[in-house]
Design a protein around this ligand. Structure first.
Ligand SMILES: *[C@@H]1O[C@H](CO)[C@@H](O)[C@H](O)[C@H]1NC(C)=O
Ligand SMILES: *[C@@H]1O[C@H](CO)[C@@H](O)[C@H](O)[C@H]1NC(C)=O
Ligand SMILES: *[C@@H]1O[C@H](CO)[C@@H](O)[C@H](O)[C@H]1NC(C)=O
Ligand SMILES: *[C@@H]1O[C@H](CO)[C@@H](O)[C@H](O)[C@H]1NC(C)=O
Ligand SMILES: *[C@@H]1O[C@H](CO)[C@@H](O)[C@H](O)[C@H]1NC(C)=O
Ligand SMILES: *[C@@H]1O[C@H](CO)[C@@H](O)[C@H](O)[C@H]1NC(C)=O
Ligand SMILES: *[C@@H]1O[C@H](CO)[C@@H](O)[C@H](O)[C@H]1NC(C)=O
Ligand SMILES: *[C@@H]1O[C@H](CO)[C@@H](O)[C@H](O)[C@H]1NC(C)=O
Ligand SMILES: *[C@@H]1O[C@H](CO)[C@@H](O)[C@H](O)[C@H]1NC(C)=O
Ligand SMILES: *[C@@H]1O[C@H](CO)[C@@H](O)[C@H](O)[C@H]1NC(C)=O
Ligand SMILES: *[C@@H]1O[C@H](CO)[C@@H](O)[C@H](O)[C@H]1NC(C)=O
Ligand SMILES: *[C@@H]1O[C@H](CO)[C@@H](O)[C@H](O)[C@H]1NC(C)=O
Length: 569
């Protein structure tokens, strides 16, 4: 998308053909400051072709969210009555009025859009930067990240015609900047193992190296194969995190000799994604995600969604990958029933309108019966990774109320892992399903950390799972890995095995988990009450784990047998 050299000479905007009637414009999105790390390099070359995506206002998002709760709340008469693809599209499609008003405006400007989604809520339109600057009263410029050198074309503000403001949710990419650090797991090879006692080395767990057998013991996860067809799990992989079949085979031979060692995943590719085999792939995340879903969710089909072939940080467009993954899932007649994702960014790097739009696509997936899970991040209260901060930095998408955010634990008995992301959103209000649980925690906190977090925001994580010293085979190496990237696939595998039992009993799958987790299922989770999470480096402290919900480990870690019992299975 970028031209190899950037022009710094001032060129007059190219006006061609009849000048369309100038409409009255209003600012649609703007940001006051550049995100930290970015500097302005100069204007985008006028000829640079931008591919802009327009999110058209959706028909009935309020109705969609009401419907989501109606089908996801155990006490509701419609619990489990998930909606078809077509029914969901009635909620998320733009109105005829929005589509035609926006398309008429584009046509008036000699532009043509193509639809990017089955529902028609995302359209794409290409134009030179000079045209985009005119059309949106924007100032598309090149920004460079100081530590990575990555360059992106963005604008700090843009406008849309006043009469179209209600028809366009947002234009992307504009004011949201790629986060230079994505949530990638940490190798823990240099770690000096903590002092172990006989209690800590409870067979089959050796906390220096976590294996599937350990978690099967810790969470009562069965080894018996799932039997239901159509019960699959989707695992997205971004930015060339490409898993290797040979590594999975070694992992299964070593840890799951009862599983066919040739078991593999089904590959789905989006945006130039790929998964070449035979390379000595040093990808930790991709291999971790495949080894620990296929290795725990015995005989559940796993689909690997490989999105993009661009390596972080060379122009990584994480938000775009999230949009395209959700659009792909919403376009399926029978989507996988569980989707754990081990990537995230700091909430502040995503514009509020984009965060809302993405979050509504997770609401749509939930209403279809898909359990969407995200790791809560590896920086405690300081964001995706341990960073300096003056106020606490929430992570996205974990702050979206329509998905399940998974934090991290370690040790036996379990305590909070200090990197476990947790806190409160500055964008999303606290949903009612967690009101009671979080109110108790706010009472416990009292004045602690007051002013550093937003007490009215959606609180996360919802639950947690083990996250330290997971054995992963990658890049010809093998060794312990830390991160909430370990927790998401673990919790998701438990849900997937419960779904298998539900399907076998002729019942609906669990879908959007939170209303269930915070009500009937909470007694089947193991409350983690010890430990705390990273502070902003320097003077502040993070959050403590404590009795009941907390902003480090949520409601706690799973016990399959107990969860199965609350489902009367
Ligand atoms: C929006 O959806 C709700 C819930 O299904 C429904 O009651 C309402 O009539 C819908 N509103 C519109 C304008 O379609
Ligand atoms: C992995 O986690 C352990 C336990 O929290 C910690 O001691 C170690 O420093 C971590 N390693 C990395 C690379 O973060
Ligand atoms: C635990 O795992 C570590 C690392 O693989 C190994 O060195 C140690 O011998 C193991 N301990 C036991 C008791 O198996
Ligand atoms: C899980 O729950 C079952 C049933 O209540 C119980 O027997 C088992 O000890 C629990 N497992 C753990 C590790 O707490
Ligand atoms: C695995 O599941 C499939 C259905 O998806 C079933 O046909 C097969 O028998 C199962 N395999 C085992 C070992 O149970
Ligand atoms: C399984 O999926 C196929 C298509 O993906 C669908 O036709 C079939 O009805 C599904 N079966 C069940 C039991 O849901
Ligand atoms: C990445 O994917 C894009 C789109 O499919 C393609 O044009 C490009 O050649 C690919 N680049 C590499 C390095 O594979
Ligand atoms: C070992 O177990 C004891 C007792 O359960 C616990 O207090 C201690 O924190 C554990 N230590 C480690 C390193 O897991
Ligand atoms: C997190 O915990 C590990 C293990 O106890 C410790 O080595 C590490 O220093 C801690 N990190 C911070 C920033 O407190
Ligand atoms: C706090 O969160 C709410 C959403 O619950 C948001 O509307 C408000 O702007 C946030 N306040 C700050 C200072 O970010
Ligand atoms: C958090 O835990 C620490 C250490 O146990 C304790 O000193 C502190 O008072 C706790 N914070 C709150 C809010 O209770
Ligand atoms: C793969 O890479 C690792 C380290 O990066 C190296 O030790 C190993 O020999 C390589 N294996 C192969 C088959 O090239």
């Amino acid at each position: 998308m970028l031209s190899p050299t950037y022009l710094f000479v001032l060129l007059l905007p190219a006006l061609c053909g009849a000048t369309p009637m100038r409409r009255s414009m209003q600012v649609h999105e703007a940001r006051a400051d550049l995100p930290s790390g970015y500097t302005l390099t100069g204007p985008a070359s006028p000829q640079t072709v931008l591919t802009l995506r327009l999110a058209l206002a959706q028909n009935n998002i309020t109705g969609l969210v009401d419907t989501l709760y109606d089908v996801s709340t155990p006490s509701s008469a419609n619990y489990g009555a998930y909606l078809s693809k077509e029914k969901i599209e009635e909620y998320i499609a733009p109105t005829e009025e929005s589509s035609s008003a926006v398309n008429a405006w584009l046509t008036e400007n000699d532009l043509q859009s193509t639809s990017l989604s089955a529902a028609g809520d995302w359209i794409s339109v290409q134009m030179p930067a000079s045209t985009a600057n005119n059309l949106f009263n924007a100032d598309f410029s090149v920004f460079t990240h100081s530590s990575t050198g990555a360059q992106v074309v963005r604008t700090l503000a843009y406008s849309v015609p006043t009469d179209l403001a209600g028809h366009i949710d947002l234009v992307y990419p504009t004011v949201s900047f790629p986060s230079p650090v994505a949530d990638v797991p940490q190798a823990a090879t240099s770690l000096s193992a903590p002092q172990l006692t006989a209690d800590n080395n409870t067979d089959p767990c050796n906390i220096s190296l976590i294996t599937p057998a350990c978690l099967q013991w810790l969470y009562d996860i069965p080894t018996t194969p799932a039997t239901s067809p159509n019960n699959s799990m989707a695992v997205p992989g971004y930015a060339t995190e490409w898993p290797q079949e040979a590594y999975l085979k070694s992992f299964l031979e070593q840890y799951r000799p009862d599983i066919d060692p040739d078991t593999t995943w089904e590959l789905v590719t989006l945006d130039g994604g790929s998964d070449p085999q035979g390379s000595n792939s040093t990808s930790v995340e991709g291999n971790l995600d495949m080894q620990w879903t296929i290795g725990l969710a015995t005989n559940v089909t796993v689909k690997f969604i490989s999105v993009s072939n661009v390596t972080i940080p060379d122009g990584d467009e994480f938000a775009e990958y999230l949009i395209d993954t959700a659009t792909y899932m919403l376009g399926l007649d029978s989507p996988p029933t569980v989707m754990p994702t081990s990537y995230g960014v700091n909430e502040e790097s995503v514009s509020e309108k984009l965060a809302q739009k993405l979050c509504s696509s997770y609401a749509a997936l939930g209403a279809r019966g898909v359990s969407v899970l995200f790791g809560s991040g590896d920086g405690g209260v300081s964001g995706i990774q341990y960073e300096t901060c003056t106020t606490f930095v929430p992570t996205f998408p974990g702050v979206c109320p329509y998905l399940t955010s998974v934090g991290g634990t370690w040790l036996v008995p379990e305590t909070a892992a200090n990197f476990s992301g947790g806190g409160f959103s500055n964008v999303f209000d606290r949903p009612s399903y967690q009101e009671d649980a979080v109110a108790g925690y706010l009472d416990y906190l009292g004045d602690t950390n007051s002013g550093l977090y937003n007490a009215s925001g959606r609180a996360y994580p919802d639950v947690a799972a083990y996250s330290v010293h997971f054995d992963v085979i990658y890049g010809g190496a093998q060794g312990p890995i830390n991160g909430t990237s370990c927790a998401g696939p673990t919790f998701a595998s438990v849900i997937s095995l419960l779904n298998d039992k539900l399907i076998a009993a002729g019942r609906p799958v669990l879908g959007f988990l939170n209303p269930w987790l915070y009500s009937s299922a909470s007694s089947a989770l193991t409350d983690i009450t010890v430990g705390d999470n990273y502070a902003c480096s320097g003077s502040t402290t993070g959050f403590n784990a404590t009795t009941g919900w907390d902003a480090v480990t949520g409601l706690g870690t799973p016990n399959y047998t107990k969860l199965k019992a609350v489902l009367d299975l």
